[in-house]
Design a binder for this molecule. Structure first.
Ligand code: NAD
Length: 349
């Protein structure tokens, strides 16, 4: 049997653990996997592009377990009442190749994206950073606000979205969090005085959410929304002024902000900073940019945590996904007519 973790199961699991403690545990799992980066079998995700979006498969393996995530990105979906991003994932045993767990990953993706952003900022933002601007108040935004608050103590936010409904939704959702929030009338106003700028908008184009003149010395930019060919948020000049940190260069050069740059544009891999093999922030005035696109190892960590957490709980059901005949070679026997019932009459729709 394969363990199936539904959307409701994930919600119940997180509520049973507490949202902030769950985020903290996820942050520990993601950081632990970044620390053993070299062990992983890694590849850029496989993307199927269409006019309005993309569908992607994201595999990773540490040699013991294998995972993949199915995820889409369709910025026009909200106009039809649908999510921009949805996902599910599988964790499998490498020795047998058998899947162990099938899980929802739309909520899990929002959590792991926010946790990875906070992890990057822990190593790259100024240690005394206390104010973050968030540009784009869609489905991912509250997760970012919560992760930076819970994991880094960033309690002051300056936020902006072009859509008043998104802003109202954000306001309602973060009402119970211990945050000091300024609602700005423009991106320019939101980024004023911010130590960290998170861009998390959705538009299938090379947008200029942040232009060079908006970015002051010493700012850390958490650029999350540009994650697909032809879909970026930062003006190119910002990348020339700052130092860029990435998850997996082979994927980020295709999908991230640095798709705007030459193929040999210098970047530093986040795992190298986390393990002390490369420098993160070198001075107070340095502009650091985390060019986040979302990488399969982060999903692997998330599935690993969910799998560990559900053991002995009611937060999953067993599903009959894999055949199990008594004799493994007798697959056809599963289709053989039951003795005495003949071959059946056939299926007539
Ligand atoms: P969403 O559609 O729910 O929200 C996007 C928001 O951006 C909307 O509220 C929209 O009004 C706002 N927006 C668009 N243009 C804007 C502008 N010029 N200024 C201010 N606000 C603007 O999308 P989401 O699910 O929150 O995802 C946001 C982005 O993050 C998407 O592009 C998605 O692909 C990306 N994403 C990245 C990762 C990663 O790991 N890097 C993970 C998940 C999602």
């Amino acid at each position: 049997m394969v363990k199936f973790v539904s959307v409701q199961n994930i919600v119940d699991l997180i509520q049973a653990n507490g949202l902030e403690p769950f985020l903290q545990r996820l942050a520990d799992y993601v950081e632990a996997d970044f620390r053993r980066w070299g062990l992983f079998d890694k590849a850029p995700r496989v993307a199927a592009h269409s006019r309005d979006g993309v569908i992607e498969l994201m595999p990773a393996s540490d040699g013991n377990s294998y995972s993949f995530k199915y995820v889409n990105g369709h910025p026009k979906n909200p106009l039809m009442g649908l999510q921009t991003v949805t996902a599910f994932g599988v964790l499998a045993d490498v020795d047998t190749g058998y899947p162990q767990m099938l899980s929802e990953m739309t909520i899990a993706t929002a959590l792991r994206t926010a946790v990875t952003s906070a992890l990057a900022a822990k190593y790259l933002a100024r240690p005394d950073a206390e104010t973050m601007a968030i540009i784009g108040l869609g489905a991912q935004s509250e997760f970012q606000a919560l992760a930076f608050s819970a994991l880094l103590g960033v309690k002051k936010l300056r936020v902006f979205d072009t859509d008043a409904e998104a802003t109202a939704k954000f306001k309602t959702n973060v009402g119970w969090l211990d945050l000091d929030i300024a609602y700005a009338a423009s991106t320019e106003e939101a980024v004023l005085g911010a130590d960290i700028i998170t861009t998390i908008t959705a538009d299938k184009q090379n947008a200029t959410i942040l232009s060079d003149n908006m970015v002051g010395a010493g700012v850390h930019i958490n650029a999350v929304g540009g994650d697909c060919p032809g879909k970026t948020e930062l003006q190119r000049d910002i990348l020339l002024r700052g130092d860029v940190f990435v998850e997996f260069p082979e994927q980020t050069r295709i999908e991230g902000e640095i798709q705007q740059m030459e193929p040999d544009f210098p970047v530093t891999e986040l795992w190298q900073v986390i393990t002390g093999q490369a420098a993160g922030r070198k001075s107070r005035d340095q502009i650091t940019i985390f060019d986040s696109v979302g990488f399969a190892v982060e999903d692997f960590s998330t599935l690993r945590l969910v799998h560990d957490c559900i053991q002995g709980t009611p937060f999953y059901t067993d599903i009959d996904l894999i055949v199990a005949p008594d004799d493994p070679r007798n697959l056809f026997g599963l289709l053989a007519p039951v003795a005495g019932q003949g071959a059946g009459e056939g299926f007539h729709p």
